[in-house]
Structures are given as C-alpha cells and as structure tokens.
Design a protein around this ligand. Structure first.
Ligand code: SAM
Ligand code: SF4
Length: 378
C-alpha cells in the first residue's frame, strides 16, 4: 500500500505534506509533568519537543495470538492482517537498523504473541546482529506458552531478556482470563527461562479488581522468592473493546502496594523504566508496580513503537501514528524514513489523557477505528 509520500517527502519540509493523523485525546498538561517545550525534534534526532530521548523501540511482529486475554483482545477478535500487510523480516531489520542508527539502544520484540510468527528465531538472530551497530539490549515480551523450544536458539542469537505474562497461578482463572488452557505450561516455561542464563526474566501480571487481586502475594512468592525473577504488577489500561470499567475493573497501584504490604515488607529501590521497584527481604527477585493510569510516567518516557503492519507510534495511549511501510515499499531512502520518524516524535504530547477521555476517543472511533492492545503491540 504505497502512499506516494516517499517520492514527495524531503526531510525538513513542513508537516502539512504528511498523512493526516486522527486527532488524539486531550493531553496532560506539560507543566503538570514538569516538562518544558525545547524546540523542534527534527533538530535533535530521536528527541521530542520536551527533550525526552527515545532510545527504546518496541516492535510488534504479529497481531495474532494463541491466547484471548479479555483485557487485551476484543471479544469479536481482531481481523487478520492480509499477509502482505505484515512487515517482512527484511523490512523489520531495515527499520530496526535505521532506528538504531538514530539512537535506539534497546529493542523489545512483542505482538500479539511473537512466538506464533513462523521462523521467529531467524528474526531474533537478525536483530541480534544489530548489536554491532550500537544496539545494547534485545528483549522480548511473550505469554511463554511456546517459549521453551525457542530458548536455546534465542539465547544464542543474542536475546538478553524476557518479560513473560501470567496473571494467575490457578488454571480455572487462567482459562477465565485468557479463554484458553495453559496455566501449568506457562509456569513451567517461566521457571525454565529463569534457569536459562538470561540477563533478566520478568513476570508481568495485569491486576483486575475482583479477578486476581487476591493472588498478588502468591505470584510474588511463586517466582521472586526463590528465583532471580522480578514480578511486576501492571495497572489495567483501557483499550478498544477490552471491557475496561465494565466487566473488568482497574485495581490501582496504591491498592496493589497496600495488598502486597499486608504480607511482604517492600523496600523501595527506585524506578526501572516504568516500574516503581521494591526489594523484599529474603527474596532473590524484585517486585515492580507499573502505574500507567494513576501515576503516569510520561515525563521520563523513552519509548516508541512499530506496529506489525509498519506504522510508527510514539505513545501507547495516543491514536496518532505514521505509516512507514508505504514509503518503505515505495523506495524511500533512510533519510526519508528518518524524517518521518522525527515528524512523528514532534507530535508526541507531553503526557497521555486520563482514562475516561481515552475511552471516549476510542468509542467515538468505533470498532476497528482505534487499535486494541493486541493490534498496537504491548
Ligand atoms: N502476547 C505477549 C504477552 O502477553 O506478553 C505480548 C503482547 S501483550 C499485548 C504485552 C503485554 O501487555 C502483556 O504483559 C499484557 O499483559 C499487557 N497488556 C495487554 N492488555 C493490557 C491492558 N489492557 N492493560 C495493561 N496491560 C495489558
Ligand atoms: Fe495474547 Fe498477550 Fe494479548 Fe494475551 S496479552 S491476548 S497473550 S497478545
């Protein structure tokens, strides 16, 4: 799907020539976040207008998944991308190399479920080779169901870290949340990963009121007590079609902390990317709490995203995005593509909108108008 943009685009020309980006929701105020406008991103490479350096790229490689988590995937599923809309490995590698050239130091491969993509080991090897160009860290987020068989090849290819998602230790709940079986297999895969020599293994649990908020301590003990695994609790975020505030409700970070402190001593150790981190005496791993909704971390955001269909997104919670695949396939040079990436970053707002406003923008866009989490890439 060529936009014809590449032929007409010259880095440095004004933004009016770019594809129209739908208006996003109202942004949090810059002053409230302690940010000041610092000029044009174009002049700074991967800095935005508020001086935030974007050194972290999350690449979604597929929209399909082998689970159906109710907080992620709309009940009606997501329409399958025509195969030709998916970026090829060669295209992902070219764009990733370009981002590394522009200053990205960490890449996380995600999805959908990245391990469902055929020949994913080959893609990890291609991305691993970008370490020669300046990439420091290659990581992956996965539901771990298919992980075990990939660990040797991926470790050898330079995968440094894995974030593995698991919201419950109870098979019946696992089925109720993900609409599939696989709880024991996931637990087993996490334990195998913990012994596989990764720099870091983290378990991510999305916390929902009345669904799994009574298992927070159990999850911490299951993985962080005897294994060098960090357990991180994520506030449930609203996305298109994910039951937010309806059947499923957020359990705020302050309540997560309080629930853990009923039984564990949490000693604050600072921030790790987006998570407030805690040490627990006697535990090998740490505890993290990610408060995207109630205590947003926009002021220190360093993230950008590439969707499986080749769109550049500068904020998980903003509908704005720019197509890179069209220009790429139309023969855009690296300079053209870099110009588009910088243009996207110029549009990054100081912070994301509050939850109710995110929801109303998503509802106004209608089904398919806004991207669900699974289509953005978590
Ligand atoms: N399939 C992989 C997995 O589940 O880890 C990778 C993609 S998934 C979209 C990435 C992360 O997003 C997972 O840790 C998942 O729990 C989280 N996630 C999905 N929907 C969410 C939501 N509504 N709120 C908060 N986190 C969410
Ligand atoms: Fe699949 Fe991950 Fe979304 Fe669950 S959270 S449906 S495992 S992409």
């Amino acid at each position: 799907m060529g936009s014809g943009l590449a032929a007409s685009y010259t880095p440095g020309v004004d933004a009016l020539r770019l594809p129209v980006v739908p208006a996003g929701p109202r942004a949090l105020d810059a002053a409230a976040l302690g940010l000041t406008a610092q000029g044009d991103a174009r002049a700074h490479g991967l800095f935005d207008r508020y001086g935030r350096a974007h050194t972290y790229l999350r690449i979604s490689i597929i929209e399909k998944c082998n689970l159906r988590c109710r907080y992620c995937m709309p009940a009606e599923g997501v329409p399958l991308l025509p195969r030709e809309d998916l970026l090829t490995f060669e295209e992902i590698e070219r764009l990733a190399a370009l981002f590394v050239g522009l200053g990205v130091r960490k890449i996380r491969v995600t999805g959908g479920e990245p391990l469902v993509r055929r020949d994913v080991d080959d893609l990890i090897a291609r991305l691993g080779r970008l370490k020669a160009l300046g990439l420091h860290r290659l990581a992956m987020t996965s539901n771990a169901l298919l992980l075990k068989q990939h660990i040797p090849a991926m470790r050898a290819a330079g995968l440094d870290a894995v974030n593995l998602s698991l919201d419950t230790l109870r098979p019946d709940r696992f089925r109720a949340i993900t609409l599939r079986d696989g709880c024991e297999e996931t637990i087993d895969a996490i334990r195998t990963a913990a012994a596989a020599g990764f720099e870091k293994v983290k378990v991510n649990a999305v916390v929902m009121a009345g669904v799994n908020d009574d298992e927070l301590v159990d999850l911490a003990r299951a993985f962080a007590r005897d294994l060098p695994v960090d357990v991180r609790y994520i506030e449930y975020m609203p996305f298109e079609g994910n039951h937010w505030g309806e059947a499923l409700k957020m359990f705020p970070a302050a309540a997560i902390r309080a629930r853990l402190e009923e039984q564990l001593e949490l000693i604050p150790t600072g921030f790790d990317e987006t998570a407030a981190m805690y040490r627990v005496p006697g535990f090998l791993g740490s505890i993290g709490i990610i408060s995207s909704m109630t205590e947003p971390f926009c002021a220190t955001c360093s993230r950008t995203r590439l969707t499986a269909d080749g769109h550049f997104r500068w904020c998980l919670l903003d509908e704005g995005e720019l197509d890179l695949r069209g220009p790429l396939r139309d023969g855009a040079t690296d300079g053209d593509l870099a110009g588009l990436i910088e243009e996207g970053l110029r549009r990054k707002k100081p912070g994301h909108a509050p939850a109710d406003e995110l929801l109303s923008v998503q509802k106004a866009a209608g089904p398919g108008g806004a991207r669900s989490m699974i289509r953005i890439g978590g």
